[in-house]
Structure formats: C-alpha cells, structure tokens
Ligand binder design. Structure first.
Ligand code: PEP
Length: 254
C-alpha cells in the first residue's frame, strides 16, 4: 500500500558541474526501476540545473532545508515559496542542522508547517543521540521529537518521516534491521495516537544512517521500514542505483 522511497541527501557536496555529472550517471539506471519513489536532494544552487536534467524522468527532486518565512529581510535564506516552484520534497530537522545550526523542536515545527503550507512534502528527520540510546531513552526522545515537530499540525498526509539515529549517521555504524524496525514501528504507533490509525498506515517511514548497497536489504526487508534516507552512498551512482534496485525487488516481493 505504501510506495517505497529512497531519498539521497547529498549534503554540502557537489559543485553544479559535479551535480550534473552525478545525475547523468544515475538517470538512465534509475529510470529503469519501477515502484520506488526515487528522490535526490542536491544543494540549493544545483536545484534548477538538476530539475532541467531530470525533466521527463521518474526521478523526483528535494531540497535539504528551508526557512519558515515566506519572504522578507532574511539574508541568505531560502523560502518555501521559492522551493515549491522547483521541487516536491524538502528535508527538515536533519540532525546536522539541529546540532550545528541550533535548530530546536520549535524551529523544526515552524519549518514543517511552512513546507506544508507551500505544498512541499517534508521529510522530517528524527533520531536519538548515542548517549540517549545508551541510556535507554530512544523511545522517549522520539516521542518528544514527534510531539514538538508536529504540534498544531492537523493535516500530515504529505509528511514522510526519516528515523535517523544520530550515532548511525555518517559513522559506518548502522543500526540493525531489527532495531530500526522496532523504532519505526514505535513511530507509527505514535502517529496513530497523534492522528489516527489510517494515517499511520499510510505514512512512509524511512530509516537513515550509514545505509549502503551492502546493508540496504537488511532494512528494506523490514515490514515497518518503507525505504531509506541515504547520505554518503547517494553520492556514488552505482551504490545509489543498487539500493533503489534492491528496494524495488524486495518490496515487490513482500
Ligand atoms: C543522512 O545524512 O541523512 C545520512 C543518513 O547519512 P549517511 O547515509 O551518510 O549515514
């Protein structure tokens, strides 16, 4: 019922010409794979160019961040309205933004609201720190992040959630499939409580954190996990293609 999704977060990597090269390398292979939403999220400055390159293909485009105001004197920021013209998805609340740019739950909440108002589909990132994980606080932290990120939002049909344990991001130390499935299931239960069971069953919940072509199947095989948010491995066309292909095959069988 839920269309699987693989989203590539390129982070602060690729110049415009490198982005062009990467898209040209991925596009033919990605276009051959059906039944998976394939999303790439390059840096802001490459969005227009990449949008042109993927026109007519099945690849979808996302941004990595936005500011919550529609327009005005906010030097250097990018508004939801600017993005709505260019792409369909936007990553919000990535742990790197929470950690390095002091994004609080309140800011993330404003950003999710602003994205939905502009008809962008937010990929909301949540996840616990290594210390919280070791203290057995994962579920309490996740429940709190969901409550604060979604406060005052009564219509969340276009939302996608990415469960990204901070200890697994960019570390090469991925969660196990079982761990990730358990927390993803917990997120779905919380969505059912905050909204309703129908929305919870429709909402796509991804796992993110050191996903590669070698370990992707472990996550994709889990019933609660609808795909992955991929950082490092999304910058290598053969890896990203392999992850998308495995997702199509595995979810097609389940
Ligand atoms: C990410 O940036 O969202 C991510 C999951 O990174 P990586 O795959 O490199 O761990």
């Amino acid at each position: 019922m839920r269309i699987p999704m693989i989203a590539g977060n390129w982070k602060m990597n690729t110049t415009v010409s490198e982005a062009v090269e990467l898209v040209n390398e991925m596009r033919p292979g990605l276009d051959e794979i059906a039944n998976v939403d394939k999303v790439i999220c390059p840096p802001f400055i490459s969005l227009i160019t990449v949008r042109e390159l993927i026109k007519g293909s099945s690849i979808k485009l996302g941004a990595q961040n936005l500011y919550f105001e529609a327009k005005g004197a906010y030097t250097g920021e990018i508004s939801p309205l600017m993005l709505a013209d260019l792409c369909e998805f936007v990553i919000i609340g990535h742990s790197e933004r929470r950690q390095y740019f002091n994004e609080t739950g309140e800011i993330v909440n404003k950003k999710v609201k602003a994205a939905l108002r502009a008809k962008l589909k937010p990929i909301l990132c949540i996840g616990e720190s290594p210390e919280e994980n070791e203290a057995g606080r994962t579920e309490a932290v996740i429940a709190g992040q969901l409550r604060s990120s979604l406060a005052g939002i009564d219509f969340a049909a276009d939302l996608i959630i990415a469960y990204e344990p901070i200890w697994a991001i960019g570390t090469g130390k991925a969660a196990t499939g079982r761990q990730a499935n358990k927390t993803t299931g917990f997120i779905r239960q919380n969505i059912a409580q905050l909204y309703n069971e129908d929305l919870a069953q429709k909402m796509r919940i991804l796992y993110g954190g050191s996903v590669t072509a070698d370990n992707a199947a472990e996550f994709i095989n889990q019933p609660e996990i609808d795909g992955a948010l991929v950082g490092g491995a999304s910058l290598k066309a053969p890896q990203f293609l392999s992850i998308v292909k495995q997702t199509s095959e595995i979810k097609g069988r389940l």
